[in-house]
Design a protein around this ligand. Structure first.
Ligand code: NAD
Length: 366
């Protein structure tokens, strides 16, 4: 087995506490002979600023670029609210996304049966839900130029944001979505607003072109507003949804909340495959932040972090069976009634970060 290189960036606040549970899991997987990971840790966010005056050092950036996968905790906290803008904790994450050219953001929305009653929707609508939203992350209206507010001289101002997509950006994100759909339910919905936006017309044209290369995957177009409605009306009709940066931002948050707490939500960001090795740069992180309100108390839910690591097993290392096992272990401990404080329900047993992490490993070894 070839050794795979992980670079761990726990970050600030609960980031260090939840990453500690991933480290235990990596150690356990290695000891059980299931993996052969080597790993190193670095600093990102406020702790990096304290150590070197930047949100991530050049040395740690180089390690991130050389790793097979970056596992990221969370950054930020009140201590760093007043640091200069360029050095603020989030700048570390943005630098990683930029330098690793992570253009594809994957946000799964999986409903664990034991938590189906915690959803805002009825159990029958969400039980068994397994959606993957593939959001374009480096283009679109958040980056397009011009982006400005101008004074019109008559007491009025004018604000402009520019939605720009080139066909290659749409092509590569659609290919990620179709490749992933092949490993799942073989259904892709592409969401845009081609009825009112030229970028939507191009998006749909390119999506259809890509679909022709994937005749084994069913392709559907959907208007983004209808997609939002369908997500809360009948979410189980979806498998993979591919969409642009803006719509993806909104649709992925809506889909995430179908399944309950922030402490449960993993994500992955992928770059382009290396032409010679086929490997993609990738960063895996929970959706939540550093939760300063509970940091240091040992009560943070480690599931989003562990599930992010499971995504690394699946998408960076093609260890699909192992990823399934980790996800089943999470479902198992929830099924046994273990809950961290953020997902506590009547009749369940409340556990802290370490006990939840240990229970997941115990399930895996059972
Ligand atoms: P947050 O996600 O940190 O916390 C929101 C709420 O959810 C808090 O009440 C928190 O206790 C709870 N929560 C979050 N994760 C949890 C977990 N794993 N277990 C139990 N409860 C959990 O968002 P915020 O409070 O808006 O931001 C706090 C800090 O995190 C800020 O500095 C913000 O800039 C930063 N932040 C970082 C990231 C990131 O690193 N990617 C993302 C969002 C926010």
């Amino acid at each position: 087995m070839m050794s795979e290189k992980l670079f761990l960036l726990p970050g600030d606040g609960i980031g260090t506490e939840i990453m500690a549970e991933v480290v235990k899991l990596i150690e356990w997987l290695n000891a059980a002979g299931k993996t052969d990971f080597t790993y190193e840790s670095g600093l990102v966010g406020g702790c990096a600023y304290d150590a070197c005056g930047e949100a991530i050092s050049e040395a740690d950036m180089a390690k991130a670029l050389a790793a097979d996968a970056v596992i990221f905790g969370a950054v930020g906290g009140p201590k760093w609210d007043d640091v200069p803008y360029e050095q603020r904790p989030e700048a570390g994450l943005l630098r990683l996304r930029k330098d690793l050219q992570l253009f594809a953001n994957l946000r799964p929305a999986i409903c664990y049966p034991a938590l189906a009653d915690a959803s805002a929707l009825k159990r029958e609508l969400v039980e068994g839900l397994d959606i993957l939203i593939v959001r374009e992350l480096t283009g679109g209206v958040y980056f397009g130029e011009p982006k400005e507010i101008t004074e019109l001289g008559n007491g009025q101002k004018r604000a402009v944001d520019t939605q720009v997509y080139e066909s290659y950006e749409i092509d590569r994100i659609c290919r990620v979505a179709f490749d992933l759909a092949r490993t799942r339910g073989k259904l892709v919905h592409s969401a845009d607003k081609k009825n009112v936006m030229k970028s939507g017309v191009l998006w749909d044209e390119v999506a259809h072109q890509v679909a022709r290369d994937y005749t084994d995957v069913t392709f559907e177009h959907i208007l983004a507003d209808n997609c939002a409605m369908q997500l809360v009306r009948n979410p189980k009709q979806f498998d993979v949804i591919v969409t642009d940066n803006l719509f993806g931002d909104i649709l992925s948050d809506a889909a995430a909340m179908l399944t309950g707490s922030l402490g449960m939500l993993p994500s992955a960001s992928l770059g382009a495959p290396d032409p010679s090795t086929g490997k993609r740069k990738a960063l895996y992180e929970p959706v939540h932040g550093s939760a300063p309100d509970i940091a240091g108390k040992g009560v943070a839910n480690p599931i989003a972090m562990v599930a992010s690591f499971a995504m690394a097993l699946r998408y960076s290392f093609n260890m699909v069976e192992l990823a399934d096992q980790v996800e089943a272990a999470i479902a198992g401990v929830l099924g046994d009634g273990l809950r961290s404080a953020d997902i506590m329900q009547d009749g369940c047993r409340q556990v802290g970060t370490e006990e939840m992490g240990a229970a997941i490993i115990a399930k895996l070894s059972a």
